[in-house]
Design a binder for this molecule. Structure first.
Ligand code: HEM
Length: 688
């Protein structure tokens, strides 16, 4: 133990206790990250009430170039908002309408999005008149106005989506080489997570049935599988499908299809091939999905009739005018309503059928379930409630991961860090510590850093979920993730600190502050760390089910670059964080062989070793590499993978030569990760 350094660290923590961001914590508020961080949009907030009025007028203003069915674009706009949102997936938080990539290739050209170019074009005048609203917010707001204007239930609107400059973030959603590399589908129709749908080329479910087979029971399996990958349970799934199909109709006037897509014909995508003359390809001659007909008798009026219809008729299969399998009532006197195989599926699954019956009998339950599920569908990719930029957004919903309020009276950061400093070197009964300086002193620094890193690195820039706030790492399922094995023991070491501050110190603050304290020691106080308290502790670990561990990578190269993208790290961030002190003790608890170094101080040794040694996979575990020249020195496959990517390797070389640059970049990356889940106001707050 080095008393001088400890005192220095405490003084330094005192200086930071005002919770001001450190001058020179580069990049936190304006980082050039390849992905979005948690920064709030500073552009003027639009007058959403005025825009809603304009949208309501637009919905009923049928244009000759694309006539509205039943004189109302409402259903068409609901489909736009649904398809914009429905690509969101639980596996890695990708997809969703934030980014509005539905306006850009590849999404713009997906078959499932046929003719939605016209919906976007219809909205262009409103966007032009209100540049202050983003496309993504406009698309969702329009879906909301459409539902409300046709009498549907509403929960409200959360504004704050941003627009991506291009559609590249959707490439991994497939079908593309990028998707094939990240989430190859071994058997089409049975693709597994992280891929969103079961079938390559779809956003969600094949309406005609599993791989086009019109078997409703098989289709039900696809529906459940796909909607659960979007994060929906059975109730939400049935409410969304039946509530959505209360409105509008399918389009498949003839068998010749919609014509070339936006890639084949950028100036006039999907011109339509049915009919002739001025109405060729539009109005009654529209071909979108190739199915034809409405689900209800009044497709511009909210009702529970969809459920009544499902239950009241005997449905038989027939071939529609578009040449596809559809379903109609067997009774010739029935109204001319139609269903898709994926609708009939809801009758062929016991659980779905029960919900169909409930909604048929209790429309008020449908109202509530649809309003909630629609809000979740359109908002789940936006993170916590505090990211809604409009004051009148609904209160935090469960999917927004609300946390209890942080303690009203908080322990002083400097006192907590001083106490953690004492713990750093205190041998703890039954807990093995790291050994430093060959003096056999117990030292937990690297394990504290590891705990903080594991707690915070669940953050996903793709949908702003995860992070250490809530300290969900204490509970199942996070506590059971293989990468977190042994961290409960590290928390035991911190328990006396927690006990001495009681209610005034939350576990989430303690975990992050322990990492900060250890890093301060590990660098002799040289890091410009941003120290913030005010986090709170979740009551259980259920929220973590929404950001599961990503254990599906086929190789370490993809694991490194994809984790970087999902976490919102720049290449410098990712390489710098890889050089954090690692605990050999902790790695062994996880079944790995050990660490590259016994020293738990922060230095650029990691990069030097990476470059100087010949790393070979060990026979017992291909994820662990051993130095050929220095047996007993280990790296993980994900460390060695930094060398196979030219951009990352160049950064490894940079840090091997320039330790000061490494320290600087490490502080920036650490500061980002420890605070990515907190409001930009510098101190955490709870949701209303
Ligand atoms: C239209 C399938 C879920 C809302 C359609 C169409 C198909 C389809 C094939 C016809 C497109 C066309 O030809 O114009 C499905 C399937 C679903 C599903 C297979 C899931 C199993 C949903 C959900 C919503 C929704 C969750 C909204 C909450 C709509 C609306 C239309 C529509 C409003 C009418 C569009 C218009 O009138 O232009 N759906 N859908 N659908 N869908 Fe769905």
């Amino acid at each position: 133990m080095r008393p001088f350094l400890v005192v220095q660290a405490v003084m330094w923590a005192t200086a930071l206790a005002s919770q001001c961001p450190m001058a020179g914590s580069p990049g936190f508020t304006s980082r050039d990250s390849i992905h979005r961080n948690n920064q709030r949009d500073t552009s003027p907030i639009a007058d959403f009430t005025a825009i809603k009025r304009e949208i309501a007028v637009l919905l009923k203003d049928s244009k000759d170039w694309w006539p509205a069915d039943f004189g109302n674009y409402g259903p068409f706009m609901i489909r736009l908002a649904w398809h914009c949102s429905g690509s969101h997936r639980v596996s890695d938080g990708r997809g969703g309408c934030d980014g509005a990539r539905i306006r850009k290739v590849p999404e713009y050209a997906w078959d499932d999005n046929t003719n939605l170019d016209k919906a976007v074009k219809l909205l262009q005048p409103v966007k032009d008149a209100h540049p202050e609203i983003t496309w993504a917010d406009l698309i969702i707001l329009t879906g909301n106005v459409a539902i409300e204007s046709m009498g549907g239930p509403k929960l409200g609107f959360c504004a704050g989506r941003t627009d991506d400059a291009d559609g590249s973030a959707s490439l991994v959603l497939g079908p593309t080489p990028e998707q094939e590399a990240l989430s190859p589908c071994k058997l089409n129709g049975n693709c597994t997570s992280p891929f969103g749908p079961t079938t390559v080329g779809l956003i969600y479910v094949n309406p005609e049935g599993h791989l086009g087979n019109p078997d409703p029971a098989l289709s039900a399996v696809d529906v459940r599988d796909t909607f659960s990958r979007m994060g929906f349970n059975d109730l939400e799934t049935v409410a969304l499908i039946g509530g959505g199909h209360a409105f509008g109709k399918t389009h498949g006037a003839c068998t010749t299809g919609p014509g070339p897509n936006p890639i084949q014909s950028p100036d006039a995508p999907w011109p339509g091939t049915c009919g002739a003359g001025p109405l060729k390809g539009k109005g009654n001659n529209t071909y979108t999905s190739g199915f034809e007909g409405a689900w209800t008798r009044d497709p511009t009026e909210w009702s529970s009739e969809y459920f009544y219809n499902l239950l009241s008729y005997d449905w038989i299969k027939f071939t529609g005018p578009g040449g596809k399998n559809q379903w109609m009532p067997s009774n010739k006197d029935a109204p001319p309503i139609r269903m898709l195989t994926a609708d009939i599926a809801l009758l062929y699954d016991t659980e779905y059928r029960k919900i169909v019956e409930t909604f048929g009998q209790h429309p008020e339950q449908l109202d509530k379930a649809f309003a909630d599920a629609w809000y979740k569908l359109t908002t789940a990719d936006m993170g916590q409630r505090f990211r809604c930029i409009n004051a009148d957004a609904p209160p935090a919903q469960p999917f927004q991961h609300p946390l209890p309020a942080p303690p009203a009276k908080r322990a002083e950061v400097k006192d907590v860090m001083a106490k953690i400093n004492q713990t750093l070197f205190k041998p703890f009964p039954q807990i093995e510590g790291d050994i430093v300086d060959n003096n056999n002193a117990a030292y937990y620094g690297a394990q504290f850093i590891d705990l903080a890193y594991q707690c915070a690195s669940t953050f996903r820039a793709t949908d702003y979920k995860g992070g250490c706030n809530g300290a969900r790492i204490r509970y199942w399922p996070e506590s059971g993730w293989p990468a977190n094995a042994g961290l409960d023991q590290v928390r035991q070491v911190l328990q006396p600190v927690k006990d001495s501050f009681g209610e005034t110190l939350t576990w989430s603050d303690l975990i992050v502050l322990a990492g900060d304290t250890a890093l301060s020691y590990a660098t002799g106080g040289k890091l410009s760390l941003k120290i913030v308290n005010g986090r709170s502790d979740a009551y259980d670990g259920n929220q973590s089910l929404d950001f599961p561990p990503r254990q599906y990578y086929s190789n370490a190269d993809i694991e490194v670059t994809d984790n970087m993208a999902v976490m919102g790290l720049s290449p410098h961030d990712a390489v710098a964080l890889a050089g954090r002190p690692r605990s050999g003790v902790e790695q062994k608890r996880r079944g790995l062989l050990g660490a590259y170094s016994k020293s738990s101080l922060l230095s650029n040794t990691y990069y030097k070793l990476l470059l100087s040694e010949t790393w070979e996979p060990t026979a017992s575990n291909p994820k662990v590499f051993e130095s050929k020249e220095k047996p007993g020195l280990f790296m993980l496959a994900t460390d060695v993978a930094l060398l196979s990517n030219p951009q990352l390797k160049a950064i490894v070389q940079e840090y091997a030569q320039d330790e000061a640059k490494f320290f600087n970049d490490f502080a920036s990356a650490w500061n980002y990760l420890m605070h990515a889940d907190l409001p930009i106001t510098e101190s955490a707050s709870s949701d209303p």
